[in-house]
Write a protein that binds this ligand. Structure first.
Ligand code: NAP
Length: 298
């Protein structure tokens, strides 16, 4: 794993939202010495108090615009559905030359929601760290979250190249590997690699719970292996994931349709005892797992 660079890139960073991702950015930025001052603002006084008690940032308040005054980098770390409103709230206090970014798990919808509010002279560079856990809130943040994980930058046509490079360097400083993608490509790729797996996990755990009720059985007591792994994913934040599905609707519905076709293929193979079809698929998928391990992303 590459060791993060350690150097100051920004004078002042402001984080809007300080949960798992905002908190982890704060801790990793401090670890890397990437900024002189790191402040945050969040919706509730309670979360702000927790962030201050944990000393995640130099100061956390609830006035989003005030936090952004004089900031060189502002990262919106709220659920996807709140990004547009956050951009509207902070717009009046953004200084010329400031870079505004986000961490949303969906890119095109966030761009559509935030871009209209970004003032002229401010550089908007959307991004998404492909790293996370099922935990949320400021207490869930940790400095190593992004180490060796990908962060995808989705610059817009006409994005200032120096601003994009600076944000890229920042994410490398947080420990990430970086890549640049078109926002629509990002949304299609994440629909299959992240969004659909979460939908499947939510479904399986819900179905098992319903079944357990009908059978009056103790599903949880025998939750070894596969099911237990699904319960971890299905414990992910309900607000965040509701927003992901509502904001990446088309790409998710497209991969869901393909997934359902493939599931019917397996259903038929099981019904007709076509073991070779099952064996061939399971052999192919085992290779994919091995390739992931080889790429250090397992
Ligand atoms: P989180 O732990 O739930 O934290 C969300 C933060 O946003 C909290 O500080 C919350 O404030 C604040 N917030 C919520 N609604 C707000 C609003 N309307 N206005 C202002 N602040 C608001 O969430 P997270 O896991 O860090 O996720 C944040 C973003 O990162 C999401 O867009 C998600 O798609 C993306 N992301 C998540 C993961 C992951 O695995 N979790 C991975 C990559 C990217 P209060 O607590 O004060 O209400």
């Amino acid at each position: 794993m590459t060791k993060p660079q350690s150097q100051r890139i920004f004078d002042k960073i402001a984080l809007i939202g300080i949960g798992l991702i905002g908190g982890s950015i704060a801790l990793a930025a401090r670890r890397g010495g990437l900024a002189t001052t790191i402040v945050a603002a969040t919706r509730s006084a309670e979360t702000a108090a927790t962030a201050n008690r944990l000393k995640l940032v130099d100061h956390c308040g609830t006035d989003l615009a005030a936090a952004c005054a004089d900031a060189d980098l502002v990262i919106v770390c709220t659920p996807v559905g709140a990004c547009g409103e956050a951009a509207r709230a902070i717009a009046p206090s953004l200084k010329p030359g400031c870079i505004v970014s986000d961490v949303g798990s969906v890119k095109q919808a966030v761009i559509n929601a935030m871009q209209p509010h970004i003032p002229a002279g401010v550089h908007f560079v959307p991004a998404h760290p492909v790293a996370g856990t099922e935990n949320s809130g400021p207490e869930a943040g940790f400095a190593e979250l992004f180490d060796g994980r990908w962060t995808i930058l989705t610059p817009l046509p006409g994005s200032d190249a120096a601003a994009v490079d600076k944000l890229d360097a920042f994410w490398k400083g947080l420990g990430s590997l970086t890549e640049r993608l078109d926002p629509a490509d990002h949304d299609r790729i994440l629909a299959i690699t992240s969004h659909l797996p979460h939908l499947i996990a939510y479904t399986i755990v819900g179905t098992a719970d319903d079944l357990a009720g009908h059978l009056n059985s103790e599903v949880l007591r025998f939750a070894a292996g596969g099911f237990r792994d699904f319960t971890r994913i299905a414990a992910s934040d309900p607000t965040m994931w509701r927003d992901v599905f509502l904001n990446n609707r088309e790409a998710v519905l497209e991969v869901l349709a393909r997934f359902q076709e493939d599931l019917f293929y397996l259903q038929r193979a099981i019904r007709w005892g076509e073991g070779d079809k099952l064996f061939d698929l399971f052999t192919r998928t085992r290779e994919i797992r091995r390739a992931l391990i080889h790429l250090n992303q397992a």
